[in-house]
Ligand binder design. Structure first.
Ligand code: ADQ
Length: 900
């Protein structure tokens, strides 16, 4: 059985020695463990290889054996690294060279040939351990910058192994990458993989620029780098896979009693919950105000400059209501990439520029120190300590402290408590691959307000475009964004969040790993690697969907929404699939049609209850719900809509041709055991999926020959589909069936999905209609038959015989063809479709994206951002000063006042 082998620096579980000498296993927390952990846990065919955190030199051999067994019981393969190896590979090359350089902190990077040597050796140690048990048909998924040489090491031993690699941190611009003495070797190491994944399109662009410059390799239109030539040629695919979070986990934990207790505690201390702080503040400020009114007394003898507390207390008095108090939060590891000193300076500036916030905004800063043995990290800690001390010293009032500084590492529930208490989250890393904190904050505030100030230097900024996006180096911009975020109204904050939350809810950690693995399978199969729907194209499709006014989805069923099975009757839709189709069909500006070769009886039985259109027998029949008949009962369940089936006009008379075709097909049934005829009202189909394939294929050619001689005289045609030979009217095809919809001028977005040759006619119609956009006016005259069908599909006869506009809206100008037209082939084989996805599961995922996007747009913020590659140098960064968080007029006037 083919297995999935995940390889990362650390294992997802760690062992802790107990006092009795035995070990306790502890689940690791963190992005990677939560993203892939559930897959590993629930799949018996999934193994995880990683560093055990145990030094073999400090552990007796017998213990190593028992520890290995302990790990094995959790499907983990431990790698034992000595202290020297850890110092060179992990602390040295990975964290002192690659980490700073990849985060654009070249000045922090050390280049030491001895750590590079150990990095090579440890990568080889991982390779040797994997080679010992891996099978050639397994899939290996390698994580992160610690193991960049591993793909080529495995490839040299297993040419056919499916190998993927994902980078969790940014990939730097080529100018920065070129500073790395061993850059070429690292890239060569990665060229051993089939698929290389990055968080964003920008990082892919940076990576490909370095590949071009250092290896002289180019990427083709399908996002693939060809390696070698001739029969041994293989491809390395590069694409973006933005990691998500387990949204439900954060939403649930935010409601836990521990998180709520934490939230209440923070709100009490910051004066939001009780009047304690506010009362004393009020007293303090009233005393100040009173004193300043009296001439010649102690207070008035001091200017504000000499005693800023007086002014601050006065400003505090301006906001007496505790409901106006606000909490700012941030959660970080204390790393120089997270931009803590810059953020603290911006908070300081905000308090001095907008003194009305003094006494009314409290910043909960959770920053857990890491790598305290390293000088840079120690210095950073000292700097942050000092800044916090300075700000607290400068602004604290008797009963209010601006910053609550927590340096402990907290488990998920208290962290969620902090998120739920935070009116504003300050997430301003100077550079970050993705940044999960921003996403966790939004998930913890599901359905609630709360404003996110987000650095444009992290991957999350490409997705969370409704946040206050700032340049983290620009103190002024962060200050203004923070002020705007504090001032934002609850409704506006909810509206912004709802859009981002709708997308995050769908784009989870589970979706991320499933998409990476599905892409890895697709790119490793030469029959499916061309025309692959790349993430940038998928994002473009989703963006166009969000922007369009009226959308048409044409979707085949067998092989497109569900796997092809041996017995056609067994391909019944699951509840999950029906729910998905119901969701798509229920979006107000969407018309979904299932376009199938199945009989109308089957279509009715399986899908008649859904608010969608149905086209059966390759277009011989069509129906859509009569408007106003789709409703929900008291339980919220959709009541099956009323619908009438309509037969396409001008079809040959079945009584004339059916006995002749049946006789011919019956000969094949007799010759090929387990083959059979399927009877449809306008169509006969010979199925041989369950038969001996060699015998069936020989017979198929004979049958096709014979049928082709007879069919034309009856106006019929022969179709070769997947393990089926079908005879149907020559003037019927999926392409002809959907033309009336395409030419109706009703839609500005069309998506067609299908898996076999019958769907190619549909693709041709969609492409033809899109390319003939400007000529479509003439069609009414040229093709009277088609126009007739337009009319019959556009209007639906109601029970009383009157005619109703099927969508309730007037069609746009007849000649207007869709401006966005997407055709997608599902699976292998030749196609004229624009793009290809691998399996029906991918179809489901794509439809899921569209549902989430419609929800996000409905939440009121407009369409998703179009992915735009962006690469910039450090030099540009230093000079830029931008923020989307423009000061509000109110804020601007205060700025002026403050600067007087
Ligand atoms: P990290 O550098 O670990 O991940 P991040 O994405 O922010 O950074 O994830 C941090 C995780 O740790 C979050 O789940 C957060 O809640 C938690 N955390 C952070 N500080 C904490 C603290 N003080 N106490 C408790 N919990 C804390 C790397 C890359 C990122 C990328 C992820 C996933 O550097 O850019 O997003 O991998 O690919």
């Amino acid at each position: 059985m083919a297995r999935l082998i995940i390889v990362s620096n650390r294992l997802p579980v760690s062992l802790h020695a107990k006092p009795d000498g035995t070990y306790a296993m502890k689940q690791s927390i963190g992005g990677l463990a939560t993203a892939i952990g559930p897959y590993h846990k629930s799949h018996n065919d999934c193994l995880w290889v990683g560093w055990s955190s145990i030094d073999p030199d400090a552990c007796p051999k017998s213990e190593i054996k028992s520890v290995t067994e302990e790990f094995k019981s959790r499907r983990c393969v431990p790698i034992f690294l000595t202290q020297k190896e850890i110092d060179g590979y992990y602390a040295g090359y990975a964290n002192d060279t690659l980490w700073p350089l990849f985060h654009d902190f070249a000045h922090e990077a050390t280049f030491d040939s001895s750590t590079w040597k150990v990095y090579q050796e440890v990568n080889q140690k991982f390779a040797d351990a994997i080679i010992e048990f891996v099978n050639p048909d397994d899939t290996v998924w390698i994580q992160d910058y610690h193991l960049m040489l591993l793909p080529a090491m495995l490839r040299s031993r297993f040419p056919k192994l499916k190998i993927g690699w994902f980078l969790h941190i940014p990939f730097p611009s080529p100018e920065i990458f070129h500073q790395l003495p061993n850059g070429k070797e690292l890239l060569e190491g990665l060229m051993g993989a089939d698929l290389l994944g990055f968080h964003t399109e920008d990082f892919c662009v940076n990576f490909l620029a370095s590949v071009r410059a250092l290896l002289g390799l180019e990427v083709d239109k399908d996002g693939r780098i060809p390696i070698g030539s001739g029969t041994s040629q293989r491809f390395v695919t590069v694409d973006a896979f933005p990691i998500g979070i387990d949204y439900g986990l954060y939403r649930r934990n935010a409601h836990s009693s521990l998180a709520q207790a934490m939230r209440h505690g923070i709100e009490a201390v910051s004066g939001k919950r009780t009047r304690r702080v506010s009362t004393s503040l009020t007293a303090e400020s009233e005393a100040a105000a009173e004193a300043s009114d009296q001439e010649e007394n102690w207070w008035s003898a001091h200017t504000s400059d000499e005693l800023p507390e007086v002014e601050l207390a006065q400003s505090a008095a301006a906001k007496r209501g505790t409901e106006d108090n606000k909490v700012v939060v941030s959660v970080d590891r204390l790393d120089y990439t997270k931009g803590l000193p810059e953020r603290l300076r911006a908070f300081d500036l905000m308090l001095s520029r907008y003194p009305e916030w003094v006494g009314h905004v409290t910043y909960y800063l959770l920053a857990t120190p890491t790598r305290e043995d390293v000088e840079t990290y120690r210095k950073l800690k000292d700097q942050v300590d000092q800044l916090v001390g300075e700000i607290n010293g400068k602004y604290s009032l008797l009963s209010w402290t601006p910053i609550h500084y927590i340096t402990r590492s907290l488990p998920i529930k208290p962290v969620c408590g902090i998120y739920t208490a935070g009116d504003v989250a300050l997430v301003t890393p100077l550079r970050d691959g993705m940044n999960l904190v921003a996403k966790e904050y939004l998930a913890s505030r599901d359905g609630r307000d709360g404003a996110l100030v987000l650095s444009d230097e992290c991957g999350a900024a490409r997705e969370l475009t409704d946040a206050f996006i700032v340049n983290p180096y620009d103190t002024e911009a962060v200050c203004e964004a923070l002020h705007s975020a504090l001032e934002i109204g609850s409704d506006e904050a909810k509206r912004r969040n709802a859009a981002m939350q709708a997308r995050l809810k769908y784009r989870t950690a589970g979706l991320w790993s499933a998409e990476f693995l599905s892409t890895l399978r697709q790119v490793s199969d030469p029959r499916m690697a061309d025309r692959r729907l790349q993430s940038v194209q998928r994002d473009h499709l989703v963006h166009e969907w969000g922007q369009s006014k009226r959308k048409l989805v044409l979707c085949d069923y067998d092989g497109t929404l569900t796997q092809i099975v041996r017995t056609p009757g067994r391909a019944k839709p699951t509840h999950r699939l029906l729910d998905l189709l119901r969701e798509v069909g229920s979006i107000p500006d969407v018309d979904l049609y299932l376009v199938s070769g199945r009989t109308r009886e089957t279509m009715d039985e399986w899908f008649g209850c859904l608010p969608i259109g149905l086209i059966a027998e390759h277009g011989a029949w069509h129906t859509k719900p009569i408007e106003g008949t789709t409703a929900k009962n008291a339980d919220g369940r959709t009541i099956a809509p009323k619908r009438y089936w309509r037969r396409a006009d001008g079809l040959p008379d079945p009584d004339e041709w059916r006995p002749i075709i049946e006789t011919i097909m019956n000969k094949s049934v007799a010759r090929v055991p387990q083959s059979f005829i399927e009877y449809k009202s306008t169509d006969l189909a010979w199925h041989y999926r369950m038969s001996d394939q060699k015998l069936a294929q020989e017979q198929r050619e004979r049958l096709v020959d014979e049928l082709q001689k007879v069919c034309p005289q009856y106006g019929l045609m022969v179709m070769r589909n997947a393990k089926v030979i079908e005879v149907c009217p020559a003037n019927v095809s999926k392409g002809e069936a959907v033309k009336p919809l395409l030419e109706s001028g009703r839609y500005d977005f069309v998506l067609a999905l299908g898996d076999d040759t019958t769907d190619e006619t549909m693709f041709a119609s969609v492409s033809g209609c899109a390319s003939a956009r400007n000529k479509a006016d003439t069609h009414d005259v040229d093709n009277a038959g088609v126009v007739k069908m337009v009319d019959s599909m556009e209007t639906t006869t109601t029970v009383d015989g009157s005619s109703a506009e099927s969508n309730g809206s007037k069609p746009a100008k007849k000649s207007a063809a869709p401006s966005a037209a997407w055709t997608i082939k599902v699976g292998a084989g030749d196609t004229n479709a624009r793009s290809r996805i691998a399996t029906p599961t991918d179809t489901g995922r794509l439809l899921g994206y569209l549902v989430a996007e419609s929800e996000a747009v409905a939440a009121g913020t407009g369409p998703a951002p179009k992915a735009k590659p962006k690469s910039k140098s450090k030099a540009k960064k230093a000079s830029k000063s931008k923020t989307s968080a423009k000061p509000t007029p109110k804020a601007a006037s205060k700025t002026k006042k403050a600067s007087k």
